[in-house]
Design a protein around this ligand. Structure first.
Ligand SMILES: N[C@@H](CCC(=O)N[C@@H](CS)C(=O)NCC(=O)O)C(=O)O
Length: 202
């Protein structure tokens, strides 16, 4: 059976948990005790040499990039589909998955990690302000790309929303006001049962 190595507060793991719920995939979970630095222990580094969660284990396969894991789940469990059937739609999903990492996830971490887990004396306000400006610029691009659609690609909820959901959750914590279409899009994805069930405690 599929095994997910995770931590409940992990934003990247949440992408995978959402996909597993949306697709109704049976799996086991293994809690990685990050507070006790279990992710830095040799046993865990043998699973993921970068010492991060999530890791999806399927027999001898070890996958440790969340968007790559989403792609694997889609390939192994194509129904219900979370990517469009046509080549153009698939290419757009692929592009947005990359952009969600490059333009959103990395910058969110710069702001949200200190705010959630560090005392204010350890924050880096300049880096946090720069990350916030980058996210705002990205959201303005997404506002254009969304147009009048409910979901980013085609007519259906897809892996794009799975990938963005954990990061959109933190817009209020980052004190970012999304432009109107993006704000409504975020509200739609965050209202899904898969998002509610996986919402972090802080
Ligand atoms: N690019 C990775 C990022 C994973 C990641 O940074 N996970 C965080 C938790 S949300 C982590 O394990 N951090 C521990 C560390 O970097 O030491 C992915 O998409 O899976």
């Amino acid at each position: 059976m599929l095994k997910l190595h995770y931590h409940p507060l992990s934003t990247y793991t949440r992408r995978v948990r959402i996909a597993l719920i949306e697709k109704g995939i049976e799996h086991e979970t293994v809690l990685v005790d990050m507070a006790r630095r279990a992710h830095r222990e040799p046993d865990y580094l043998a699973i993921n040499p970068y010492g991060r969660v999530p890791v999806l284990q399927d027999d001898d396969l070890l996958l440790y990039e969340s968007n790559a894991i989403l792609g694997y789940l889609e390939a192994r469990h194509p129904s219900p589909a979370l990517v469009p059937a046509d080549a153009k739609g698939r290419a757009l999903v692929d592009m947005h998955l990359r952009l969600s990492d490059i333009q959103m996830a990395r910058q969110t971490g710069v702001i949200v990690f200190p705010k959630r887990f560090l005392p204010q004396s350890k924050w880096n306000p300049e880096a946090m302000a720069a990350a916030k400006a980058e996210i705002e610029k990205h959201l303005a691009v997404l506002e254009q790309q969304l147009g009048d659609r409910r979901w980013m690609v085609g007519d259906e909820y897809s892996l794009v929303e799975v990938s963005y959901t954990p990061f959109m959750q933190f817009l209020p914590l980052m004190e970012i006001v999304a432009p109107p279409r993006v704000a409504a899009w975020a509200e739609r994805m965050l209202a899904r049962p898969s998002a509610l069930e996986t919402a972090p405690a802080n």
